[in-house]
Structures are given as C-alpha cells and as structure tokens.
Design a protein around this ligand. Sequence first.
Ligand code: BGC
Length: 887
Amino acid sequence: MLAVEKVTLNYETTLVGCETLPVFGWIIRSALRNVVQRSWRLQLATSTQFDELLYDSGDIHDDRSNNIALPDIVCAPSTRYYVRVKITDNHGQASDWSPEASFISGLSAAAWQGDFISAETPQEKDVSKGTLLRHDFSLPQTNDIVCAVVHASALGLYQLWINGEKVGGDELAPGWTSYHHHLLYQTWDVTERLRRGDNTIGAMVGAGWYKGDMSFNRYRNYYGEQTGFICHLVVTLRDGSQQVIASGADWQASDSAILFSEIYDGEIYDARREQRGWCEPGFDARGWRAVSVLAADRAVLQPQTACPVREIERLAPWSLFTTPKGETVLDFGQNLSGWVEFKVRGAEGDNVSLRHFEVLDAEGNVYLANLRTAKQRIDYTLRGGEEERYHPHFTFQGFRYVMIERWPGTPKLDDFVAVVLHSAMAPTGSIETSNAELNQLHHNILWGLKGNFVDIPTDCPQRDERLGWTGDAQIFCRTASYLMQTDTFFAKWLADLAHDQTAEGGVPHVIPDILTGKCDNDRFLSHGRTHSSAAWADAAVINPWTLYLMYGDTQTLARQYGSMKAWVEFMRANAVDNMWSWKLQFGDWVALDAREGSYFGATPNELTCMAYYALSTQLLAKSAKVLGHVEDAERYEELHASIVDSFHREFFTPNGRLAARTQTAHILALYFQLVPEAYRERTVQTLLTLLEEQDGHLVTGFVGTPYFCHALSENGQADAAWKLLMKDDFPSWLYQVKAGATTIWEHWDGVKPDGTMWSPDMNSFNHYAYGAIGEWLYRAAAGINTQEDAPGFKRSVLYPIPGGNLAWLKARYASVYGDISVHWTQEGAQESQTITLEVEIPANTRSTLVLDRAHTLLEADGLDFTPVAEGYRAEVGSGRYRVVFLR
Ligand code: BGC
C-alpha cells in the first residue's frame, strides 16, 4: 500500500506564526521496492474538512516530495491553515490523502496593535527582578469563541499567562537573538483558555540575556535598561467578528516573588510574596501600579515558527550523599542543562539554597571553581504550611550535581527532579554498537548537544560564558544535524550571524555578538579583536551549506548568501597572495601540541587561515551554482583554484613535504583537498608517523579533531581511523568515557590520568566541540551520506566501513524523506571477514551502495553489483536489502 505518512512544513510537523509560506515535504510509505513518486497534489484550507480551499495544486507530475515552495499565496493573519497531500507512484498505486498538518499564520510588523510595556523604571537598570503585568478584559456572553490566537514577545524573558495558567510549554522565551535587529515573537492557539465574559491575560517578565549581567567580562544592559512585554490576542467569534486585546497603557504592573533572576547566577525567590490569583478575573489589583509604555521598535519582530526551548525530559536523582567535607550533594547521574524542581514543606521564612555544579574534585568534594563567576545558585524562601513546589523561571543551570546548602529538615531523594531544557528539535539519529564504551560516547555527544542547544548553540552551559561561539557551532553542525532536526535552530542563529557581521563582512566570534565594544580589558579580545578568526567565522559559510546538504534547504542558503559572500570577501580583502590574517586567531584551539598552559595549538595560523579560506571559497562557489549565480560560481571557483595553488606553493616543499609538522596541518590539507596528488601518499604516511610518535594518540584541537578520522578513512586508512577512535587511554575520546564522563569535555586533559584537572579558568565538562567525531560515526562507520547534487538524502551514498573489532553496528537516520538505516555485522579474523549488511532506503529516494573492500559477494539480494576500487558498488532504489560479502 502507498501512503503519505506525514506532511512537513519547513521540515517540522507544525509551525506557528508563519509570515511566509513554509516549504512543504512529505514522507512516503510503501511495502514495495524502487518506489518513485509520479505525481502529487497538495491542498491548503482553513478547516480539516478541506471544504474551503485556499489552494489546490492539482496533479503535478514530478518526483519532488520535499522543499516544495508554493506560488505566492496570501494568508490572513493569526489563522490556522491545514495542509494535505496525496500522491501516485511508478507502480501504478495511488495514496489516500495524508493526515493533515497545520500551521498558524503570523502577524506582520505593521499589524501589531500592542505596545511594549514595562513594569520597570529606567532607574532600575541594574536590577534583575521579576515583574508582573496584567489586564482584565471581557468577551461577549452571547457569542461563541471560535478561535483565539495570541502573539507575544518581550525585551528580556517572559511567560504568558491566561486565566491563572501559563500558556504553552515554552521556557526562556523569546530566546536570544540580535535583539536590535531581530526579536522573535511566539504564537499560541489559546482558544481553550478563554471563556465567555471575564478573562485575564498577564505576563511574568525577567531580565534574561536582554539586560542581565552577561559574558566573562560581566557587562549588563547589552540591549536595554528596562524589560518590556508586548502581546496581541485575536479572538474570532461565531458571528465572524474579531476582538483584539493588546498590551498597552491600560495594563497594570507589580513586582513578583522573583527578587532576582539571571542566566548565570540563578534565582532568588520569596514565596511569601506570591500574589495568588494575580492573573485571574476578580483579582484585587488595587496595590498595582501603572505600566510605562516603551518606545521600542516593533519592526524587528519576527515569528519564532518552531524550536522553542522546552522541558524535554525529567531525570530523577541517583543518590543523595555526604562528601568527605560534609557537604550534602544530589547526583543526577547526567551532566545536563535545565533546572531542579523540588517539593518542600516547612515554616514561613524557612530557606532552601542549592548550588549546581558539574564534577566532584579528586577527593570527592564539591567543585565550583570551573564555574568561574557564575553562581548557579537557587535561593527559595518558603511561604510555610502546605507542601510547596518550585522551579526557577528566568535562568538555567549546567550541572550533574547539586549541593544542598539549606533545607528545612532532612532532604529526601524524591523531593527533587532535574528538568532538562533545550530547544525542541525532533531526534533524528541513533547509533548502537556491540561496544558499550562507544555507545556511551554517542550518548555523551548527544547530551553535549542537549546541554548546549538552549536557544543558541553555546560553547558550554555552566560557567560565565554560554555564548554562541561560532567555531564550536561550525565544527559540530554536521554531527548535530545527524542527531536532531536542526534546520530551524541553525537558520535562526544564522540570521543573527548576518545581522551582527561587521560592515566589511567580518564575523564576530560569538553570535549574538555581545563582545564587540565590551572587551577593552580582555587579554585576548581587546582592541577590536572580537571578530574574524579562521574556522570560527567560517560558520557563516559552512553552516548554511550543511543545512543545504542535510535538508536540501536552499531557502536558508539563499537568505545567507550575502553573508557568506561578505565573509569570503573579507578574507580576500585581507589577503596578500591568498595568505590572509586578521588580529586574533584561535588556531587549533586547546590542542595538546600547545606550549604548556597555552590554549593555542602548534599548527601555524597562516595554514589554518588559508585552509579555511579555500574551503569557504569552494563552498561559496558551490552555493552560487545551486542558487543560479553563474558569474559568482565561476569567479569563486577560480579564486578557490588560486588559493589551492598558493597553498601548494606555500606549504609543500618541492619534495612533497608538508612544512608544518603537526597532525592538524596534515588533516586539514588532506580533508580540504589541498594536497597535490603526487604528494598525497607521503602526506598520509607522515600523518600516520605523527600518530605513531604519540603512541597512536591525537594531540589535535578544535580545528584538527573533527576531521582526523575522515582524513584517514578517505585516504585508504580506515583501520587507522578505527584504531584512533577506539583508543581508550589518555588522550582519547574513550578515555573520557572511561573516566565516567556523561558529556564531552572541553579539554582532552580536563581531568588528567593522575586525577589533577586543567586550570579552572577554562575547564568545562560539557563542551560539544570534540563531539564532532559523531559525524564520522554516521558518515563513515555507519556510512550514511547524502549526494551533494541531490541533497537532503534524495540520493544517498551508503558506504559503511565496518571496523573497530565491533561485532555489529546499527544506525538510523530520519532523513526528510524517511528513515535510512544501516546494520552491519562482521565475523572472522581481520584478513578474512564475513560482513552482513542490511540497509533501508526511504521511498522516492535512491542510493549508491558501496561494499567496503569486498572481494567476494555471497548474497546480493537481487542487486546488480559491479567491482570498483572501493570494493563493490550498486545503484539501489528504495526498500530493504540484505547483502553478505567477504573482505
Ligand atoms: C570557549 C570556546 C571558544 C573559545 C574561543 C572559549 O572560551 O569556551 O569553546 O570557541 O573560547 O577560542
């Protein structure tokens, strides 16, 4: 049977607040092999009956089932639309209509009726308290509410409340963007929340990223001095009339029970100050004050259509114990981002104090030093009497452990639960193998993502940083996009990258950029050294290209194209003979070949800069081609060729020796295809020698590590790649696993074999950067790749490389066309192995299946294999296949 299982909108299952139509896609199911869509039909309507159609494509005869842009259709604002699709295939089958997907349209900047209002005065700029805003309104007693949609946002952080309940599951809304250019508003369907007659709408507002104390330099008020809130509620009644309730001068304001709340330092909450019923009709608000209306710009408002920060899961604590020093500590067994929710009973005025932290020190005591100035502290004062429940509101903590400093009576394990918060993205990847340590590494990579995709891609979630470091987000982007559906998440962050780029095209080190102009006393970043470091700034090009590869997203590619080009032009403007440089370069950051105590690895900046210049120029040329910018494509292809030529002349001796003798230099040259063919073998051999000199260990930093295994496996050294991955003594990925890590460490030597730690000034235990090895697990070990000219896995290459002495590996990736799975087993000695390979290829896609080093085929499952240099190869249509071969 042929079925359209799911319709997607911008790769998501639902969208809210769309101001432009999303691109549509669908996932096709069929029990048959070689299924190709022949035609499709899509309808758009305002009801699930599809009786009043806004659009009907009619039968369209082509095989596109993703990234489908419809002609310009004007949607009414704040309205829910439904979409359904039916298809036919090459086997003569026709599907039924799909289950419908829906989206809610947004509100253009001009249509907003609300003002930004504040409960704070300009004198309160140094205060990070919570405030409340409320407004009573009535709806007719005689008319049914057919639909109610609310749009809202804040300068600061907010929660929206209606009739005594918080609206939606979003936390830390409106997220963090380059607020002066780009402020997201949220949209919720609140039809069920309203009633005839009296209603109350309100908001709790906090300082957040907008005005709180931020960055390691601890500046406040980056974006403004007063928090603010805006909302626009549209209620549609049975008679077709609409009533709009908007934020304005007639609202009322008060302080809340939140005495203090900030991203790094936590929250101080006095439950005695709670005002029961503050957001319900009939509340006595006589003590409340007038709001002030702010002169903030509504033109920057744009919809957050998906991917809000939410509670994703809850973890019960493993244990409650007393340290040798006598501290009372909870262990949640997992390094995570979020907060602790607790229940407590006590007398009025009793206190709870919690400190959140990542690791115990060598003696097993509480270790706070690596948090630097971040307090990560919760102080709660009880109202007394009944059991009280609490979790913080406008902050989050990075932690595995919690020290209980104050608690009325004796705390019990079940008084606590850890709430994991991160941007809500659909999980897409899983890998399981016969090796438990490798599985734990995959788990740690995934939890590195969970801990650091809290609205923006952060370096780490615990110390006084948590910034959108571009380099980290660049090297981890592909891995992240195998693990989860990251398109909306990265597209939003890339919009801010473009906003915050310098006029010359320079790319700030952190996005949103809160460093420029605020680092005068910083030892590294003073004198304007806050932008344009190789490998960091290249996020401008690599990340949109990655979204194109993984999802076929040409929309984001087109939107970012100007930013991508500006970055390449920045390098060109600062280059002499293709050798560019700019102020501060991080180079192969925190590599182990650095001088003792230094963060800067031994690979020369000249090489790192030129290698990334080549890569970004090459990807820009490819992007130009995809987008039809023919002249640009030629121009950047030529520039790329000339950079490669310069690289050859600059870094290779006439005898073919790569002049920079570091692992990372060899990795970059090989992986970015900067090695003259005649010198390839020598370069590969030298890389192997450099490995041997370290007894098989890597000494690479942020720049070399992600590609180490690729540089080996793509150059005939798959076994060496596996050997490197499976190393488990210091320094290695599995060394961390064996040391009990539950996320990825910032430093290979975060905890050294002798138990001592890297200096607390920079020692995070939840830094996803080295988790970029995940990409190799998916692309090489499991072998799941897309073809560049049919992106989003419309045409995939399945080329798994069994190895590592594993008995088996099972991988699954939920592509935008459906699940791709690979399962291999290997039996027998290294010299003569039997490999069994089972693969699943989604309908309406094709794949090139490559059997690694196969010399004899035992079972071909009807496929037509031909011998090639890699082993055997076959072109395969959708379906499940099982192949057995010897190698
Ligand atoms: C961050 C890194 C970042 C680096 C820049 C650090 O403080 O934690 O992950 O990329 O600075 O060099």
